[in-house]
Design a protein. Structure first.
Length: 114
C-alpha cells in the first residue's frame, strides 16, 4: 500500500518563504511524475507544479519564478520551495505521484497573511 505524507505547511507573512515535502512509503517507482496541486476555499483544485522522472518541470503561470519543485528519487520524496509568497497562495497543498496509478497526499495547509 502506498502512502504519501506531506509536511512543511504553516502560516507565513506575505513575502515570506515556506518549503513543503512529500515522502512516499510502500512500493512506488521512482519513474513516477511527482507534483503539487492546491485548492483554495471555494475554488477547484489546480496544478501548481510537476516534475518528471527525468527532471523536467512544469509550473502554473501564477507561481513561475517564485516556486521551485525538486525531487529525490532515492528517498521517494518531492519538494516544493515557495518564495515571495502572496495571500492568494493560501490553500491546501496536495502532492501527487502519478504513473500507472495516481496517489495523493492528505494535504497540508499554507496560509499567507497580508
Amino acid at each position: 500500500q502506498v502512502q504519501l505524507v506531506e509536511s512543511g505547511g504553516g502560516l507565513v507573512q506575505a513575502g515570506g518563504s515556506l518549503g513543503l515535502s512529500c515522502a512516499a512509503s510502500g512500493s512506488i517507482f521512482s519513474m513516477y511524475t511527482m507534483g503539487w496541486y492546491r485548492q483554495a476555499p471555494g475554488k477547484q483544485r489546480e496544478l501548481v507544479a510537476t516534475i518528471t522522472s527525468g527532471g523536467n518541470t512544469n509550473y502554473a503561470d501564477s507561481v513561475k519564478g517564485r516556486f521551485t519543485i525538486s525531487r529525490d528519487n532515492a528517498k521517494k520524496t518531492v519538494f516544493l520551495q515557495m518564495n515571495s509568497l502572496k495571500p492568494e497562495d493560501t490553500a491546501v497543498y496536495y502532492c501527487i505521484f502519478r504513473g500507472t496509478s495516481a496517489y495523493w497526499g492528505q494535504g497540508t495547509q499554507v496560509t499567507v497573511s497580508s
